[in-house]
Ligand binder design. Structure first.
Ligand code: OFO
Length: 173
């Protein structure tokens, strides 16, 4: 059985994951409308992943005797300034999610809820991967540059990226 405090923290996380999904869906749709089809594919996969993150939490809360709250949807932006901006926003968003995951973990420890603490470790690892992917993509877009040819290659490479595996060409690092 989850305590009221843990239940509340998990419900907040459900809402954040749902909003991540909507945010990335807006990015995917914008990228598609601009003809960045590889980026759109990547972001459509990300939006599905975030929905899965939300579902996993919903099912956990219900399984542990709590009541999951299905969040309302915040309207995400329609327009984005450009690809680099999209991935900067994505990284900032993931950092916010990591901080939120850490705060749930902290509450679990305070409440001595070791079962939920254990469950949340999956999210801790997932955030390491998501942040690394977002940073890798940003490094890559900075290297390939804003000129047309660079963006074309960047967009094409992103199509096959499934997360956590981006290689940064000649980053000199
Ligand atoms: Fe759910 O990991 Fe991103 O937000």
């Amino acid at each position: 059985m989850v305590s009221k405090r843990v239940e509340e923290a998990l419900n907040k996380q459900i809402s954040l994951e749902g909003n991540s999904s909507q945010f990335y869906l807006a990015m995917a749709s914008w990228a598609e409308s601009q003809g960045y089809n590889g980026t759109a594919e990547f972001l459509y996969r990300q939006t599905d992943e975030e929905r899965q993150h939300m579902l996993k939490l919903i099912r956990y809360v219900n399984e542990r005797g709590g009541t999951a709250k299905i969040p309302s949807i915040d309207e995400p932006p329609v327009e984005f300034e450009g690809l680099e901006k999209v991935f900067e926003m994505l990284l900032q968003h993931e950092l916010k999610v990591t901080a939120a995951v850490n705060s749930v973990v902290h509450i679990c420890l305070e409440e001595k809820d070791y079962t939920t603490h254990n469950f949340m470790q999956w999210y801790v690892s997932e955030q390491i991967e998501e942040e690394a992917t977002a940073r890798g993509i940003l490094d890559r877009i900075k290297l390939t540059g804003a000129e047309k040819g660079g963006l074309y290659l960047f967009d094409r490479d992103l199509e096959n990226l499934t997360g956590g595996s981006i290689s940064v060409p000649d980053a000199g690092k």
